[in-house]
Design a protein around this ligand. Structure first.
Ligand code: ATP
Length: 234
């Protein structure tokens, strides 16, 4: 069995007085692509933010390859090897593609080289000198993923990478995720599009009211496509 990369146990999280995560438990093994699914407000984004140290109050345990992260600040968590692509993608509009890519330091061994980034994201190579403002939503998403990979992050957290993108671009993002999986990367993504999720992920973690309420793999999803419906309200 591959090693456990991320282990989240009894994770609680608050925004001020608002208690939004109630003992979240799950783990992810090396090379897995796993989705977090659930209704709006279920706590998916907050879970990613808690893992990155960005939720103001959090408690419980978050281990990255056995290293406890719960008390570390976000920059130390990023340096430990987690790349985070938030739902707004975090692209600097006034900087070019090349400048956006070069922004975070190459923190670790295993970082993708510029050549590898160009091969994986040919569209970005063509647009190296374009400012962030001139990029389509899909290009921004690719740039944000490329930027995370360039740091050497072995674990990627992606918040709704396909949101608002045209089907042809969604397929390209899917191909990139499958390529990354083939290279041994581990990915946790929030995904509303269950059909897309089934084409890229090994396993799906279902959240409701700040808790994990079900976990199923693709074979289970295929055998019982209605199993997610009651959680997603479809
Ligand atoms: N900055 C914030 N301040 C206060 N409460 C927040 C904040 N962000 C989210 N919440 C609350 O936390 C709960 C979980 O929200 P979260 O965004 O994690 O859910 P989600 O499953 O990612 O849903 P969505 O797809 O709508 O983002 C919700 O009740 C939400 O209203």
């Amino acid at each position: 069995m591959p090693e456990t990369v991320l282990s989240v146990t009894g994770l609680d999280g608050h925004y001020g007085e608002s208690h939004v995560l109630h003992g979240v438990d799950f783990s992810i093994r090396a090379g897995e692509v796993v989705t977090l699914v659930g209704r709006n407000g279920a706590g998916k984004t907050s879970t990613l933010r808690a893992i990155m140290g960005m939720l103001p109050r959090r408690s419980g345990s978050i281990e990255l390859r056995g290293r406890q992260l719960i008390s570390l600040p976000p920059h130390r968590i990023a340096r430990a090897g987690i790349g985070y692509v938030p739902d707004d993608r975090g692209i600097f509009a006034s900087l070019s593609v090349a400048e956006n890519l070069a922004l975070p330091p190459r923190a670790r061994a295993g970082a993708l080289s510029d050549g590898e980034i160009d091969a994986l994201f040919p569209r970005l190579k063509e647009r190296r000198a374009s400012p962030g403002t001139k990029l389509s939503g899909g290009e921004q998403q690719m740039l944000a993923i490329a930027r995370a990979l360039r740091t050497g992050a072995g674990l990627l957290l992606l918040d709704e990478p396909t949101e608002g993108l045209a089907p042809v671009i969604v397929r390209q993002i899917g191909a990139i995720l499958r390529d990354l999986k083939g290279r041994g990367h581990t990915v946790l993504l929030v995904e509303q599009n269950v059909h897309f999720a089934a084409t890229v992920a090994d396993r799906h973690i279902v959240m409701e009211n700040g808790r994990v309420v079900d976990t199923l793999d693709n074979a289970e999803l295929a055998a019982d496509p209605g199993r997610l419906d009651r959680f997603l309200g479809v």
